[in-house]
Write a protein that binds this ligand. Sequence first.
Ligand SMILES: [Zn+2]
Ligand SMILES: [Zn+2]
Length: 305
Amino acid sequence: MPEEKVVSRAPAASPTQLDFPPIRNGVDYLLSAVDHLGFDRTDPRGIKYAVLHLHAAAEVLLKTRLVREHWSLVFDDPGQATERAFRSGGFKSCTLTQAVVRLRNIAGITITAKEDEALGDLGRDRNALQHYGLTHNARAVEARAGRVLDFLVRFLDDVLLPGLGLDETNAIGADMVRVRDRLTTVRAFITQRLRRLNGDLQGREERTVRCPHCEQLTMIAEGETNRCLFCRAVDTTAEMMAYVFLGTPEDAGSLIGICPTCAQHTVVYDTDLATGDRRPFCFSCPGPLPSTPDAPPTDTARDRP
Ligand SMILES: [Zn+2]
Ligand SMILES: [Zn+2]
């Protein structure tokens, strides 16, 4: 991701107000993002602006917490930070990835691996949109944006809002009500769409796995290809194995094994992949595996969240 100039102008403030948080600015971006997500779901421009504004919201909100820790932490290189540059906004700001690392390591803020991953996906979607327009599957982009939206509302509730003064809380109160309201609507849309897909999924439960793009349990393994009914992503089985491999923590051992039925290297031991506790699962075989499958490789792998 290219380095960028600071997106939010530091407030012209007295020394005592140096930690003044531009939370209102971040919440404003968030509001715009949820409006675009919840409005016309067939409009690619809506998704584009939802992603751009969600990314801007993430930058402002995460950096707000960094500024509370110390204003120099929003600089690309905190060692070169000067108060004058901070006040004028004329400095190279850290990236979202750097902000996450500093929040964890310096401010002691919990950001889960899933949340970090969702932010990374959003960054890639934003870059792609800026350079090439919407070339990715709109529904997958939308589903990924929804995950970041969930995270940012959680971040506001757990991290930012508790430290706010009464004035600031009141100033963003109405906007937060609207953001929460819209979040409920966005979630409801997902539930509604899943309900509509129920009929198509019926009878194919044994072949349904979790989609790596939209995270819904709506991907049908058809042997060589895997199609998601929710976001319409299509992956080859080799691509699916790569996703499983990349998503496996190093200490969990291998989650991919050889199939006793078809001898392909496409058996996945991962309960997170499928509904219920069906496991292991062969992507190449048309039906379920025989009832005496190999045990999952390690307990860690089985207990993976
Ligand atoms: Zn999907
Ligand atoms: Zn097989």
